[in-house]
Design a protein around this ligand. Structure first.
Ligand code: 4AD
Length: 503
């Protein structure tokens, strides 16, 4: 609080009975003759401010009753506790100052299409949903740094312009670096391995670029990845590190963002289950599940649920359409119109799920040992579990050159993907690294990479090579899973996708 009694909305709980000033923007308003209800937001929350005719001068009352959404203003009044108001407190207004009156703000409280909102991302941030996601993203990033900093990891900033291929050659962004072709980083891992040999436990955290053509809800071309790397660790040790790390992130969000989770309608109990140990399956076991009766029964039951849901939605939509065509007040008509937009969008999603169900069943039945798991395979496995699932020991031929060959079964590597539950899918990929010089060189050659560019990386296996490993967690995927947001583009401030960059 400053000396003129200006407070943030999040501080109102300590101010009952006090006269305070809020500085913010008009989120929404309605008026009923003698009263105006202004919903003001100030970046820390929303507060209902009630203006009573006669308590402010007539000129101000008139201006406030016509004030447009997102006008900026200061409001002064007395703080009252009120359970009906969102944050539990409201302001009985005694004065106000309009800083910048606004008309025709493009994003109204009604529903808008995704395209429209992405084109208006610079304004869409102010909406309740994006604000909640932004706050949760902040907590996730803070938890990531905290977890590693408090456990003896050293932060190493790995380069963004890179000379070597870190993951897969097909998704490289090439840049002309003063006449030499370089790539934007796909992973900091290889550089981080050299740092792990110097510091023992390290991590990097930064933007990551992949020229992914896939336009799925899980792919961006620019995303944030955190990657820890540890010397003297084996695969079981990595799984333990990853499950403790993910559980810590979720616990921090539960601690700091309950009201945002509630606003987003997230299943908080499901998040409370995210504690170690997570489930562990090998790739081969996943194959057995996908081709076995469990998956068949599971998908059949799911199809039935989707069809029932579709019937319910159809009925609800028909009822609302009938009500809308009757003689009702305009505000009620607007309310029904907004509800219908939501319901029709859920219906479209349910219809897509019904359409995809047999395709997923077919893909699962056609599982062939040796290929990487597809998105739908991951979705099925993660839908079958109420906690994250580690899938380990993938076929060597399906994975990156740096992964350590399992010495007890040379067909597989000591790697893992972590699938978030309830159908979300992969949020982490990691592995033990091949620490034998000759095997690593062989792997580089087999994948058609130029061994010369990897000389420095191979050096790490010549000079004091030790067992080591690490993993990468995608920030946007983690935020999307925790916030139950369907598309990860909503979980980064300014998304970059294969088909579109809006602003
Ligand atoms: O599984 P990935 O490709 O692993 C690596 O890059 C390793 N080098 C990491 C390591 O071992 N240090 O990617 C790791 C994670 C994925 O699980 C996913 O969460 C995220 O990065 N990710 C993406 N997120 C958004 N859009 C994309 N196109 C992504 N590709 C990967």
């Amino acid at each position: 609080m400053t000396n003129n009694n200006t407070v943030y909305i999040e501080q109102l709980k300590n101010q009952t009975g006090q006269d305070v000033t809020l500085k913010g923007w008009l989120y929404n308003s309605r008026s009923s003759g003698k009263l105006i209800f202004l919903i003001v937001r100030d970046g820390t929350g929303l507060c209902q401010c009630i203006v009573e005719k006669g308590k402010v001068c007539d000129e101000l009352f008139d201006k406030l009753s016509h004030l447009g959404q997102e006008s900026s203003l200061t409001v002064t009044g007395t703080v009252r506790a009120d359970d009906r108001s969102g944050g539990g407190y409201e302001l009985a207004v005694t004065g106000a100052e309009i800083i910048c009156p606004t008309t025709d703000y493009p994003i109204t409280p009604k529903s808008h299409g995704v395209d429209f909102l992405l084109k208006h991302r610079h304004l869409h941030f102010r909406s309740q949903r994006q604000w909640c996601i932004g706050k949760i993203r902040h907590t996730v990033i803070d938890a990531i740094r905290r977890c590693f900093n408090d456990n003896g990891f050293i932060l190493i900033d790995t380069p963004i312009f890179t000379t070597i291929v870190g993951e897969d050659q097909t998704s490289l962004f090439e840049v002309d670096y003063f006449g030499t072709p370089l790539h934007l980083t796909q992973t900091g891992q290889l550089y981080l391995e050299s740092a792990a040999m110097a510091f023992g436990k390290v991590y990097c955290f930064g933007p990551t670029f992949r020229a992914e053509k896939s336009k799925t809800r899980r792919h961006l071309t620019e995303f944030w990845m955190v990657e820890p790397e540890v010397a003297f660790i084996d695969l079981p040790g990595l799984l333990e590190l990853a499950e403790n790390f993910v559980s810590f992130i979720v616990a921090q969000v539960l601690r700091n963002n309950t009201s945002e989770l509630e606003t987003l309608g997230v299943n908080i109990q499901a998040l409370e289950r995210i504690t170690p140990p997570f489930y562990r399956l090998t790739y081969t076991e996943v194959g057995e599940i996908l081709t076995g009766p469990k998956t068949k029964d599971f998908l059949a039951k799911q199809l039935e649920e989707f069809q029932n849901h579709k019937r319910e939605l159809d009925a609800k939509i028909a009822d609302l359409e009938a009500e809308q065509s009757g003689k009702i007040k305009q505000w009620k008509k607007d309310k029904i119109a907004a509800e219908l937009i939501e319901l029709r969008s859920t219906l479209a999603e349910t219809e897509t799920k019904i359409e995809n169900n047999p395709k997923h069943a077919q893909l699962a039945a056609e599982f062939t040992w040796g290929k990487d798991l597809g998105g739908s395979d991951e979705t099925i496995i993660s839908l079958m579990h109420d906690k994250p699932v580690f899938v380990t020991h993938y076929p060597k031929q399906a994975k990156a050159f740096y992964m350590k060959t399992d010495r007890s079964n040379e067909k597989v590597v000591e790697n893992f993907d972590l699938l978030a539950p309830d159908g979300f899918g992969e949020i982490i990929g990691g592995s033990a690294r091949e620490d034998d010089h000759d095997r690593l060189l062989e792997g580089i050659k087999q994948q058609g990479l130029n061994p010369e560019t990897y000389n420095w990386y191979l050096d790490l296996r010549k000079y004091g090579s030790v067992p080591h490993g690490g993993f990468g967690l995608g920030v946007e995927r983690t935020v999307a899973w925790i916030t139950a947001e369907k598309h990860i583009r909503q979980c980064i401030p300014f998304p970059r996708m294969a088909d579109k960059v809006y602003i």
